[in-house]
Design a protein. Sequence first.
Length: 151
Amino acid sequence: MKLAEALILRADLQKRIEQLKHRLRNNVMVQEGDSPSEDPETLLKEFEDCQLELTDIIKRINKTNNETMFNEKWTLADALTERDGLWEKRLVLSHVAEEASIKQDRYSRTEIKYISTVNVRKLQKEIDKLSKAYRELDTKIQGLNWTIDLI
């Protein structure tokens, strides 16, 4: 199995587990005299099986990420951490630029005037640079995922 396939399986298992939790909540209590639409014991067994499979696949993904070299300096885990850092920085700067760009309408000269304390144009250039770096790194990671065998 390729790493990319394992990542897809992990996402599917996570969705399945969330669905099972919801179905369990809907079937553990019923009005006296009624019966649940699904057997909670069967749902619990399915949940446990999915959880065990998810735990196993996550361990294998983590091991693969830690042991696979992304380039001469980074493991795949390092590259993922770098990518996440780029995304987080981009997200914060984007929120700052958005807040600083809000136009305040004043209806009279007595109303308080607000001014931006940051250079929005400079921030936007940095956001664009981070977005490009993120896309490039993510593309390399995604491409590598389809070539690496899961450990």
